[in-house]
Design a protein around this ligand. Structure first.
Ligand SMILES: Nc1ncnc2c1ncn2[C@@H]1O[C@H](COP(=O)(O)OP(=O)(O)O)[C@@H](O)[C@H]1O
Ligand SMILES: [Mg+2]
Length: 161
């Protein structure tokens, strides 16, 4: 598991943007952490790096916000308001994931066993003042490619562990 200290919101966006060149194939990311931890901020950096210029808000009530940017499909999910994982069946979650796409999922734990399995898990924790601790864990070979890519970058201070 790789640990990073993210010193402010701009650095969280920068971290999200660094994930983009590493996600060259169908990739599913889980984003975990309390409200305000920075999950959506990371997604914003990811989408901006792809060229998205509009607003990025958590799709808390709609469960998913689809994006089509420079030929790529990106789905930003937020399961915070999910009261029953069955709702994911009703929304047809599997249909979103059949093709080449990138999925970023906030609150994946609320979907239980119906949440699509992650290639990469990102956990965010409140740290000192405005800092966040980011833990990055690969769960598949695709996720490992992303972790390797990120760990070759020097912009982010690393803690071993
Ligand atoms: N180090 C940091 N990383 C990310 N966000 C930060 C950081 N420091 C302060 N913030 C602020 O915390 C808030 C995070 O909100 P958001 O990304 O919507 O969280 P979440 O989606 O996890 O609920 C934003 O207002 C952001 O500006
Ligand atoms: Mg959010």
């Amino acid at each position: 598991m790789n640990h990073y200290i993210i010193s402010n919101a701009a650095m969280m966006e920068a971290f999200g943007s660094q994930l983009v060149p590493a996600c060259q194939t169908r990739t599913i990311l889980h984003l975990q952490g309390e409200l305000g931890a920075g999950k959506t901020t990371l997604v914003r950096g990811f989408l901006r790096a792809l060229g998205h210029t509009g607003a990025v808000k958590s799709p808390t009530y709609t469960l998913v916000e689809p994006y089509q940017i420079s030929g790529k499909k990106i789905y930003h999910f937020d399961f915070y308001r999910l009261t029953d994982p069955e709702e994911l069946e009703y929304m047809g979650i599997r249909d979103y994931l059949t093709e080449e796409m990138l999925a970023l999922i906030e609150w994946p734990e609320k979907g239980g066993g119906l949440t699509p399995a992650a290639d990469l898990q990102i956990q965010l924790f409140y740290h000192n003042q405005t800092e966040r601790l980011l833990k990055l864990q690969a769960l598949t070979a695709i996720g490992q490619t992303v972790v390797t890519h990120i760990s070759n970058r020097v912009e982010f201070s690393t803690q071993s562990g």
